[in-house]
Ligand binder design. Structure first.
Ligand code: GDP
Length: 460
């Protein structure tokens, strides 16, 4: 499916760097390259996958814009599947802008967000899940996030989806044959066989979905909120975890005015940690804004680190706050263990949280932090991050589709259990098959495509 127009965009980051790359893709790519080039090559006849030295040249004004290297990749062996010329200029913004304008004036159009990837998809160079993984690679916050996205780019999810769809289609074919040739002597499956085969497919999806939560955390980070009364050591804990003095630590209660957000890398998992301005009732307007915001953060956090001061002990404020977060993942921390924790303090805390485990730490002396990290790993990753052989779905769209298609399979299985004929239930398998095709893009609608690709950055 060849596109009509030729598109162009800066594909490297905007800003100064030693090299900036502009990509031209489409049927006119080589003729436009000829128009902006001064050197020895004719791009319309030059061999594919070759490198050409020369100048970006504005013929109209007889002006050399930059010394550059031109890369020629003819379709279909290019990123987009179309003819592609990439111009590697020096990285200055002025030069890149002039070059881009020159290319536009020679008949190319500025690419929309994600349009290169969209063409790659439409030309069959990538399936949709792979195209989406490109976006994930660009946005990944840790190396592990990149690994995940790369494995998806290599098609691990797509392969599974293709197998599931092939299996579903085979079952549909069996049922169809049964309906069409009821009297012929053809191979048939028993209800038990249908049951076990569909249950097996559903099981595969279920196990992938189980992993999805891990995957989402690896990609997006775990939203962690440090909560507790003023002066219990929340900022100090954030600093200790960050390993550097970032938040301002003071002795005056309530001085961490706003909400501070930081990323830390815990063994490959990005933690998005929020230090709140001391969640408590206040009359101070500025502080109130911070408090409101903080309460929102706490509500939406994946994990709350609730800090109590070993010296101050527990107060009414703590009890109230602890009650509000009792349905969330909470790790209870008693800070300032360096000054000594009394048995009364321990008992009071344990009492308030119904005997849940309390970690004793010292944010200032950096004691107990390893145990805290381990507790986080235990809570969300069953102690380990080993996921290598499993397919890890991170994309919300993919998760939703997998859930929906599993629901159709469930419908099929329930129907069988109720003694319904597979003739009536075949629709469930067809629906599951169709849903799954949306992951790889085989059954996806045009407007959804636009929506997905518009989330890409320019130049992707
Ligand atoms: P926040 O208001 O909860 O953010 O508390 P801060 O982090 O600003 O700390 C309040 C005070 O407690 C500061 O004087 C810190 O130095 C002190 N502090 C924090 N952590 C510890 C600790 O582990 N041990 C001791 N002795 N003091 C601490």
């Amino acid at each position: 499916m060849l596109q009509q127009d030729t598109i162009t965009a800066l594909v490297t980051a905007v800003g100064e760097s030693s090299v900036g790359i502009i990509r031209i893709s489409g049927p006119e790519a080589t003729s436009i390259a000829n128009k902006i080039y001064k050197g020895k090559t004719d791009f319309t006849t030059a061999e594919s996958h070759t490198v050409h030295y020369g100048y970006v040249y504005d013929a109209k004004h007889d002006k050399k814009i930059d010394e550059a290297i031109f890369l020629l990749m003819r379709g279909p062996r290019s990123f987009t599947g179309e003819d592609v010329v990439e111009v590697q200029c020096h990285g200055g913004m002025v030069v890149l802008k002039q070059t881009l304008q020159l290319i536009l004036s020679c008949g190319a159009r500025l690419a929309e967000q994600g349009e290169f990837s969209k063409r790659a998809f439409l030309n069959g160079r990538l399936d949709l899940a792979q195209a989406e993984s490109i976006m994930d690679i660009v946005q990944a916050k840790t190396e592990r996030g990149v690994d995940l996205a790369l494995s998806q780019l290599q098609g691990s999810l797509s392969d599974m989806v293709k197998e599931l769809r092939a299996d579903l289609l085979e079952l549909v074919a069996f049922i169809q044959a049964d309906i069409d040739y009821p009297d012929d002597d053809i191979e048939r499956l028993t209800p038990e066989e249908y049951q076990s085969r569909v249950a097996n497919l559903k099981e595969q999806i279920a196990s992938v979905l189980q992993n999805a939560q891990k995957g989402k955390i690896i990609r997006d980070g775990l939203r962690v909120v440090i909560a507790g009364k003023p002066n219990v050591g929340k900022s100090s804990l954030l600093n200790a975890l960050l390993g550097q003095e970032r938040a301002i630590v003071t002795d005056i209660p309530g001085t961490t005015r706003d909400v501070i957000e930081e990323y830390i890398n815990l063994n490959g998992i990005p933690l998005k940690i929020v230090d709140t301005a001391g969640i408590r009732e206040t009359d101070n307007v500025v502080e109130q804004i911070g408090v409101d915001k903080a309460q929102q953060f706490v509500k939406h956090a994946d994990l709350v680190l609730y800090v109590v001061d070993a010296l101050q002990g527990l107060t009414e404020e703590d009890t109230q706050m602890l009650d509000e977060i009792k349905n969330q993942h909470v790790i209870y921390l008693m800070n300032k263990s360096d000054v000594g924790i009394t048995d009364e303090a321990r008992a009071a805390f344990a009492d308030a949280i119904g005997g849940a485990p309390v970690l004793e730490i010292s944010a200032r002396e950096k004691l107990g932090l390893d145990q805290l990290e381990q507790r986080i790993m235990d809570l969300f990753f069953s102690g380990t991050l080993e996921v290598q052989n499993d397919i890890m779905v991170t994309n919300v769209r993919h998760i939703q589709i997998l859930e929906e298609s599993a629901a159709h399979m469930e419908g099929f299985l329930t129907g069988l259990m109720l003694g319904m004929s597979v003739d009536f239930l075949v629709i469930d398998l067809q629906n599951a098959w169709e849903k799954l095709g949306k992951i790889t893009g085989e059954t996806v609608e045009e407007d959804l495509l636009d929506q997905i690709f518009s989330k890409f950055c320019l130049g992707k």
